[in-house]
Write a protein that binds this ligand. Structure first.
Ligand code: QV4
Ligand code: CA
Length: 525
C-alpha cells in the first residue's frame, strides 16, 4: 500500500503537466524572436528578480531563409534540419542562455516544430540559417537526413495533398498545412530523429516544449515520441523529472478534432481563453465583465490543470492562426493590460505572457498586409534588445512583460498561488473585484462611469500598495495606497510580511479617482 501511494505521488508530481518552474514562480513569458544572447541577459537582469518562471523561445533549429518577402518571422516555422542554428543564434549561444537562465532559476521552453519541414514550394539549395542542402521537390533534407520515405505524401487523402477539410481528422493529420511538407511521424526513423533533437535540448537543460501544430499530428505519434525523451538534466532538476509539454491545438469548437484528445500527452493551449476575454473587454456581443464570475471551466474551457493560457500569441496578435478580431494585443494597451491583469489574477490555467516587437501594421480590406514582417533587424540580422533608462526596451522591441502593470501582476500571481478565488463582487456590468484568499485583491472598472462602493477583500487590516498605479519600493507605495480596515478579525492573526506580499490593484483612471476618495472617506473591509 505504501509503495503504491509513493508511486502515485511521484507519477503525479513529475509528469509532463508540471512546468518545473522554481518554487513560487507561476508564469512564463514568450520572448518572441529574441536572440539567445539577449534572453540570457534578460533572465539575469529582469526575469529572475521579478519572479518570472521561464521563457518560451522561438524555434532554435536550422530553418529556411526567406528573401521574398524579406526575412519574415514565419521562416522559422519551416525547418531545414535539427541543427541548433537559427536566426536567434548558434548552439554555443543557446547553451550559454540555457545555463545562465537555469542558474538564476528561469526555465527555457523550446518551440518544437516537428510536424513538418519547409514548404513544398521552396527553392532547392542552401538558403537556410546553417547552409544545409535541401530539395523540397525530392524531399531531401541532408542535414537530418530525411528523404521521400519520411513524408506523408502517400498517406494524405486529399485531392491537392494539402489540408482542405478541417472536419476530416485524417486530413488534418496527414496532409500538408499551408504546403508544409508533412512528416511521417508513425515511422520509427522519423520519431527517432525528432526525439534525438529534443533529447539534445533536454541534455542542454531545457525544461520542456511547446509542440507546434500538435493538432496536425496524431496524439499517438506524439505519445510515442515523448516516450523516447530523456528525463530533465539533473544539474538543475530533480531526478526523474519529465519534460513539460504544452501542445498547440486550436480548438474553438466546431471541428472534428478536440483538445481533449491531447490531454494524455501534456497540457494544451486554450485558444478560447483569449478570444473570449477579448470579446468581454471590448464589450462585444453583449458581453460584460460581470459574466466572468464563472470564468474557466464554467465558460466551456478545458480543465484548468490541462490548460496553457494567454491573452494573445505570436500568430493571433497579427491575424494568423485563430481567435479573430477580438484578440487584444499591445496595440490596445489599456484594455490589454486589464486583460493580462485579469488572467494573472485569476486562478485558471498555467499562464503565458506575450512579449512582442513593433511592426508597421497596415490594414487593407481588414487584413494587415504587414503581418509577415520579421523582428527588428539590420539586413536580416536580428537587432539586440536594448534597455532604456526608464527600463523599457529600445530598438523596436515592445517588451510588454516589462510594463509595470504586467510585471507586477506576474508577482501578484506568485504571491496568491494556491489561494482560492474569493469575495467576488460585480455591479452587474463591467465593474468587478475579487480576492485570492487572504493574499491579494483586485478591482477592475471597465465601465464608463466611476466606481464607488465598500468591498470585502479578505485581506488582513493594513495599508496596501496598489501595484497597478505604482510599485512598492523600500516599504513605500509609489502609487496609490489602499487602507483595509480590520473587520475580518480571523485574518488579522495572519502574519503580515514586510515584503510586498499583498497587493491590490486596478487599472482605469476612473477607479484611481475613487480610490483617492476612498482613502479619505470610506473603508475597505
Ligand atoms: C503558401 C500558400 C499555400 C500553399 C503554399 C505552397 O499560402 O496555400 O499551399 O504556399 O508552398 C507560410 C506562408 C504561407 C505559405 C507557407 C508555405 O504564410 O502563405 O503557403 O509558408 O510556404 C506560421 C505562419 C504561416 C507560415 C508558416 C510557415 O502562421 O503563415 O506559412 O509559419 O512559415 C493553423 C494551425 C496552427 C498554426 C496556425 C497558424 O492549426 O498549428 O494555423 N500555428 C502554428 C504556429 C505558426 C506556424 C505554424 C503552426 C506552422 O504557431 O506560427 O505558421 O509551423 O491554425
Ligand atoms: Ca501532420
Amino acid at each position: 500500500m505504501k509503495f503504491f501511494l509513493l508511486f502515485f505521488f511521484i507519477g503525479f508530481c513529475w509528469a509532463q503537466y508540471e512546468p518545473h518552474t522554481e518554487k513560487g514562480r507561476t508564469s512564463i513569458v514568450h520572448l518572441f524572436e529574441w536572440r539567445w544572447a539577449d534572453i540570457a541577459k534578460e533572465c539575469e537582469r529582469y526575469l529572475a528578480p521579478n519572479g518570472f518562471g521561464g521563457v518560451q523561445v522561438s524555434p532554435p533549429n536550422e530553418h529556411l531563409v526567406v528573401n521574398n518577402p524579406s526575412r519574415p518571422w514565419w521562416e522559422r516555422y519551416q525547418p531545414i534540419s535539427y541543427k541548433i542554428c537559427s536566426r536567434s543564434g548558434n548552439e554555443d549561444e543557446f547553451k550559454d542562455m540555457v545555463t545562465r537562465c537555469n542558474n538564476v532559476g528561469v526555465r527555457i521552453y523550446v518551440d518544437a516544430v516537428i510536424n513538418h519541414m519547409c514548404g513544398e514550394g521552396a527553392q532547392a539549395g542552401t538558403s537556410s540559417t546553417c547552409g544545409s542542402y535541401f530539395n523540397p521537390q525530392t524531399r531531401e533534407f541532408s542535414g537530418v537526413p530525411y528523404s521521400g520515405w519520411d513524408f506523408n505524401d502517400g498517406k494524405c487523402r486529399s485531392g491537392s495533398g494539402g489540408i482542405e477539410n478541417y472536419n476530416d481528422a485524417a486530413q488534418v493529420r496527414d496532409c500538408r498545412l499551408v504546403g508544409l511538407l508533412d512528416l511521417a511521424l508513425e515511422k520509427d526513423y522519423v520519431r527517432g530523429k525528432v526525439a534525438d533533437y529534443m533529447n539534445r535540448l533536454i541534455d542542454i537543460g531545457v525544461a520542456g516544449f511547446r509542440l507546434d501544430a500538435a493538432k496536425h499530428m496524431w496524439p499517438g505519434d506524439i505519445k510515442a515520441i515523448l516516450y523516447k525523451l530523456h528525463n530533465l538534466n539533473t544539474q538543475w532538476f530533480s531526478e526523474g523529472s519529465r519534460p513539460f509539454i504544452f501542445q498547440e491545438v486550436i480548438d474553438l469548437g466546431g471541428e472534428a478534432l478536440t483538445s481533449s484528445e491531447y490531454f494524455g500527452n501534456g497540457r494544451v493551449t486554450e485558444f478560447k481563453y483569449g478570444a473570449k476575454l477579448g470579446t468581454v473587454m471590448r464589450k462585444w456581443s453583449g458581453e460584460k465583465m460581470a459574466y466572468l464570475k464563472n470564468w474557466g471551466e464554467g465558460w466551456g474551457f478545458m480543465p484548468s490543470d490541462r490548460a496553457l493560457v494567454f491573452v494573445d500569441n505570436h500568430d493571433n496578435q497579427r491575424g494568423h492562426g485563430a481567435g479573430g478580431a477580438s484578440i487584444l494585443t499591445f496595440w490596445d494597451a489599456r484594455l490589454y493590460k486589464m486583460a493580462v491583469g485579469f488572467m494573472l489574477a485569476h486562478p485558471y490555467g498555467f499562464t503565458r505572457v506575450m512579449s512582442s516587437y513593433h511592426w508597421p501594421r497596415y490594414f487593407e480590406n481588414g487584413k494587415d498586409i504587414n503581418d509577415w514582417v520579421g523582428p527588428p533587424n539590420d539586413n536580416g540580422a536580428t537587432k539586440e534588445v536594448t534597455i532604456n533608462a526608464d527600463t523599457t526596451c529600445g530598438n523596436g522591441w515592445v517588451c510588454e512583460h516589462r510594463w509595470r502593470q504586467i510585471r507586477n501582476m506576474v508577482a501578484f500571481r506568485n504571491v496568491v498561488n494556491g489561494q482560492p478565488l474569493s469575495n467576488w463582487w460585480d455591479n452587474g456590468s463591467n465593474q468587478v473585484a475579487f480576492g485570492r484568499g487572504n493574499k491579494g485583491f483586485i478591482v477592475f472598472n471597465n465601465d464608463d462611469w466611476s466606481l464607488s462602493t465598500t468591498l470585502q477583500t479578505g485581506l488582513p487590516a493594513g495599508t496596501y500598495c496598489d501595484v497597478i498605479s505604482g510599485d512598492k519600493i523600500d516599504g513605500y507605495c509609489t502609487g496609490i495606497k489602499v487602507y483595509v480596515s480590520g473587520l475580518l478579525t480571523e485574518y488579522v492573526k495572519m502574519p503580515r510580511s514586510t515584503e510586498c506580499t499583498i497587493y491590490t490593484g486596478n487599472i482605469t483612471d476612473s477607479w484611481l479617482k475613487i480610490c483617492q476618495y476612498c482613502q479619505r472617506s470610506c473603508s475597505w473591509t
